[in-house]
Design a protein around this ligand. Structure first.
Ligand code: HMG
Ligand code: MG
Length: 297
């Protein structure tokens, strides 16, 4: 019997490295991208076309993409917050353009320097341009359960943002537990509000593992039919300025869960863990993935 498929969208080279204190050279990022693609990952964020003054770590994403060995089925994904970002993505021939806003006004202001309503207006030409060029459009909503500035966020604050992004033509919505505060009960309440708005196959969950709840939250959303999850090899990430902040849930940890639940991902866990350990060695940091650590020589 064929196993049901779950898609993992690899975040390590974007969400992970955007928080590293020292920028990693583009050729190293490209090498890691190719190594990750070699483990069977088909969807990988290569970086961001954002202001290098705001996020210097994501500068030269065009050079990263130029170093990627393309293959059938491989999706090269990038963040494109505005028209300038879209131009960069199209010039680099990325496959997926991702816009990003939040369910919290304070977070949106600090992250992309505008209100939520303004962000939607900025995304309109990005969406149109991406579609006209035949690209897929992903849209993130951050702070879906909690915000570092405003505290708890209600599902009723998330749903209208999701609706506006769908109206723009988003092919996929990724719900971000940006600061890793969510627990399964909150995820269920969130999904109660969001699932009626779109087909479940258009919905992804983007967990940060700050409080160690990400695998539980993914398990809860698997039960609700979600089959797309964002994760980062070796749990890369963690903001140097935010106490205790961590990266996305480790891809290795999610893979181990999915394998146990009988899902197919097309990804080789052992090969992925080797890439994760190599990246941690390069960055001279401990590997926060419990599963990844078990593969360390
Ligand atoms: P702004 O300052 O309002 O924009 O920034 P602006 O249009 O006034 O431009 C200011 C300067 O930025 C100009 O340069 C522009 O050319 C330049 P100057 O004239 O001063 O030399 N600029 C750009 N340069 C390169 N690429 C661009 C671009 N746009 C403008 N696309 C902007 C607005 C959105 C650009 C800025 O706020 C920004 O770059 N923010 C960074 C946001 C970011 O990358 N955050 C992290 C990713 S989101 C995330 O991590 C959450 C997620 O993981 C989900 C979750 O966990 O919840 C996705
Ligand atoms: Mg994130």
């Amino acid at each position: 019997m064929s196993r049901e498929f779950v898609t993992l969208v690899e975040m390590g080279l974007r969400d992970g490295l955007q928080n590293e204190a020292t920028p990693v050279p583009a050729e190293v990022r490209a090498r890691w991208f190719n190594a990750l693609a070699g483990t069977g990952l088909d969807r990988i964020e290569a970086g961001s076309f954002v202001s290098p003054k705001w996020v210097p770590q994501m500068a030269n994403t065009d050079q990263v993409i130029a170093g990627i060995k393309r293959r059938d089925g491989l999706s090269v994904e990038v963040l494109t917050p505005n028209q300038k970002g879209l131009e960069g993505a199209l010039a680099a021939d990325a496959d997926v353009c991702a816009v990003f806003t939040a369910a919290s006004e304070s977070f949106t202001q600090r992250n992309i320097n505008c209100t939520i309503a303004e962000s939607i207006e900025r995304f309109r030409p990005v969406a149109e341009g991406a579609k006209a060029a035949g690209k897929r459009l992903r849209a993130y909503v951050s702070c879906v359960v909690g915000c570092p500035y405003e505290g708890a966020i209600q599902p009723s604050q998330v749903a209208p943002v999701v609706e506006q992004l769908l109206a723009l033509g988003a092919d996929e919505i990724s719900l971000g537990d940006t600061i890793g505060v969510a627990r399964p009960k909150e995820i269920h309440a969130l999904l109660d509000a969001v699932l009626p708005l779109l087909p479940v196959k258009k919905l992804a969950l983007h967990c940060h593992d700050t409080r160690g709840q990400a695998v539980a939250n993914i398990y809860a959303s698997l039960e609700r039919g979600i089959r797309i999850f964002d994760s980062a090899v070796a749990g890369l990430g963690g903001c140097p300025y935010a106490n205790g902040a961590t990266g996305n849930v480790a891809t290795e940890d999610v893979l181990y869960l999915l394998d146990g639940e009988g899902f197919d991902t097309g990804i080789d866990l052992e090969a992925l863990a080797a890439v994760g350990n190599e990246i941690c060695d390069f960055l001279e940091r401990d590997n926060p993935s419990r599963v990844g650590k078990t593969f360390k020589a």
